[in-house]
Design a protein around this ligand. Structure first.
Ligand SMILES: NC(=O)c1ccc[n+]([C@@H]2O[C@H](COP(=O)([O-])OP(=O)(O)OC[C@H]3O[C@@H](n4cnc5c(N)ncnc54)[C@H](O)[C@@H]3O)[C@@H](O)[C@H]2O)c1
Ligand SMILES: [Zn+2]
Length: 264
């Protein structure tokens, strides 16, 4: 742990926070009180060490596609085959991935905190589930589910790939089956439940998320006046001013240490 912390300190110095002095925490553990309610927000960075490239990272996953041509209602209307080609590729990449120590640390934390932990993920992979987490709000949808684009059929489990020359999957109603993903311009899922949990939490921890994608980017600012706000990831997020503490480093290395003996 000392080596990791030293590395973290070498790559980043503490940064200014709009609340005053945000600090690079020098504690090697995060502890919770019995009355704490913990909101965890995860982003693509949590799955990076499992081999799933992040959106903004240098990985090849997104590079061959212009995001607006594959992840928007407009893209779907224009070329559903291209959209399915992209999500088929993502299903293949995510289908081969295994949870890393960050996912496992979060499922261990759930085992300790029970329903005092709310896990909200922007990730569409199923690595939190594979690690054993039980209650997960997938605000951007799930890669291994599909639904009809016309009627209310679905979402239902679907791990198939639909790439040319395969036909587009059809619903009995005649609609086209689409990925159960929240595309740009669509409303994220489970937002009522998510805002309720945000308004109740006493500790908010964002892990591996750039703080650039709304509405998740505003969650920390919503709670920062009354909850302890913590960021975990290798670099400062765009919304860093909303965090009181941060731990800089890869989630798979930091989380198992940070949550060790989490209950006081
Ligand atoms: N695995 C997935 O399901 C997946 C993958 C890529 C993108 N997305 C989608 O793309 C959008 C992008 O938003 P986002 O903020 O989640 O991701 P992002 O790509 O915008 O940012 C990724 C963040 O992860 C951090 N990171 C990189 N390696 C890390 C590590 N080892 N440990 C911890 N953090 C690390 C980066 O510093 C960055 O801040 C979301 O809507 C998300 O649904 C999902
Ligand atoms: Zn239908």
């Amino acid at each position: 742990m000392e080596i990791i912390r030293l590395y973290a300190l070498l790559v980043r110095r503490p940064i200014e926070s709009s609340r005053g002095a945000g600090v690079l925490s020098d504690s090697s553990m995060i502890t919770f009180k019995l009355e704490d309610r913990v909101f965890i927000l995860t982003g693509a960075g949590v799955s990076a060490e499992s081999g799933i490239p992040t959106f903004r990272g240098a990985g090849g996953l997104w590079r061959n596609y212009r995001i607006e041509e594959v992840a928007s209602p407009y893209a779907w209307r224009r070329d559903p085959r291209l959209v399915w080609e992209f999500y088929s590729m993502r299903r293949r990449v995510a289908g081969a991935a295994k949870p890393n120590p960050a996912h496992l640390a979060l499922s261990d934390l759930e085992a300790q905190l029970g329903d005092r932990l709310f896990l909200c993920t922007q990730n569409v992979d199923n690595l939190h589930e594979q690690a054993g987490s039980k209650r997960i709000a997938h605000m951007h949808g799930e890669l291994f589910k599909s639904r009809c684009d016309r009627c209310s059929s679905g979402p239902f489990p679907d791990a198939a790939t639909y790439e040319p020359p395969a036909e587009l999957p059809r619903c009995a109603c005649g609609g086209i089956v689409r990925p159960h993903i929240c595309w740009f311009g669509e409303m994220p899922y489970q937002m009522d439940e998510i805002f309720q949990a945000l308004d109740r939490c006493t500790v908010f921890i964002a892990i591996g998320t750039s703080g650039a994608v709304e509405p998740a980017a505003s969650f920390a600012a919503r709670v920062t006046r009354r909850a302890k706000t913590i960021y975990v990831g290798p670099e400062e997020p765009a919304n860093r001013g909303a965090f009181a503490d941060w731990y800089l480093g890869p989630a798979g290395e930091l989380l198992p240490e940070l949550f060790q003996g989490a209950m006081t």
